[in-house]
Structure formats: structure tokens, C-alpha cells
Design a protein around this ligand. Structure first.
Ligand SMILES: N=c1c2ncn([C@@H]3O[C@H](COP(=O)(O)OP(=O)(O)OP(=O)(O)O)[C@@H](O)[C@H]3O)c2ncn1[C@@H]1O[C@H](COP(=O)(O)O)[C@@H](O)[C@H]1O
Length: 121
């Protein structure tokens, strides 16, 4: 099954947990975070990003690299709650990655610098 299908299905569940859609903070973790608002889920994103870094550093020191999978899943999941709150979907992120396909990071950085200079003239 394509990974994007899984992300789309999860996005639908998250959407259904919004307060406006009847999400119940008593019975749903997602509804609880959405009910608490951006400070709550943005804090979780910061924590999960730190855990990704820590899992990678552990792997550098002989730990199991597979632990990264769980930490990245937590980061993606909480980022998807933020996307939903701001009216965005994983499809928007995939579209952005598709737009970037074939455009090297160094090339893109050089283009930004040229645009910056032109903007400053
Ligand atoms: N993918 C996830 C998912 N990943 C992680 N989590 C929860 O995220 C929470 C935070 O993870 P932590 O490791 O930080 O746990 P913690 O230390 O208890 O954190 P705190 O909440 O206390 O800050 C945990 O309770 C996890 O169970 C998730 N909860 C839900 N989902 C998906 O969201 C769907 C809807 O969930 P509900 O809204 O809860 O029904 C589920 O069916 C799943 O598909």
C-alpha cells in the first residue's frame, strides 16, 4: 500500500478529531491536543524533534538505528496535527517535495542568493 495512502487516511482521522467535527478530548489524544491548541501540539513537535536527534546520536554510538523509526513516526504524526490545524494536508507537503524533485539543494540555495541580491537592488 502506498505510504501516501496511509498518510491520507491518518489525516482524515485527525480532521475528524477537530472540535468543529465533534472530536472528544476525553476519549481521543488528537482531539485533546487540538482542543488545547497550538502551544500544546507545537511543544510536542519540539520534544519529538529532540527525540529524533537523540535516537540518531544513540545509533551513532552503537544503539539500534531502528529506534529512529518510532521517533520519526512520532514527529510526523504530531506535525500532521499542526498541518490539520492550519488547514493543510500531507498532500500539500508531498506536492512541495514533488515541486523540488530534481532541483539540487545547493542549486536551490544559489538561486535564493541571486534572488536576494536582485531584491536588494
Ligand atoms: N499515530 C498516532 C500516534 N503516535 C503517537 N501517539 C500518541 O502520542 C502520545 C505522545 O507520545 P509520547 O511518546 O510523547 O508519550 P507521553 O510521554 O505519554 O506524552 P504526553 O502526551 O504525556 O506529553 C502518546 O500517547 C502516543 O500514544 C499517537 N496517537 C494516535 N495516533 C494515530 O491517531 C489516530 C487517532 O488517535 P486518537 O485521537 O487518540 O483516537 C490513531 O488511530 C492513530 O492512527
Amino acid at each position: 500500500m502506498p505510504a501516501t495512502d496511509t498518510l491520507a487516511r491518518l489525516a482524515e482521522v485527525i480532521e475528524s478529531r477537530k472540535p468543529a467535527n465533534g472530536g472528544d478530548p476525553e476519549s481521543s489524544y488528537v482531539a485533546r491536543l487540538l482542543h488545547k491548541g497550538p502551544d500544546a501540539f507545537l511543544k510536542k513537535i519540539g520534544e519529538e524533534a529532540t527525540e529524533v536527534v537523540m535516537a540518531a546520536k544513540d545509533a551513532d554510538h552503537g544503539g539500534d538505528p531502528k529506534k529512529l523509526v518510532g521517533e520519526v513516526a512520532d514527529l510526523w504524526f504530531h506535525s500532521m496535527i499542526a498541518l490539520a490545524h492550519y488547514g493543510l494536508t500531507p498532500a500539500d507537503v508531498v506536492a512541495e517535495l514533488q515541486r523540488r524533485e530534481g532541483l539540487g539543494g545547493l542549486e536551490e540555495k544559489a538561486m535564493r542568493k541571486v534572488r536576494g541580491r536582485e531584491g536588494g537592488e
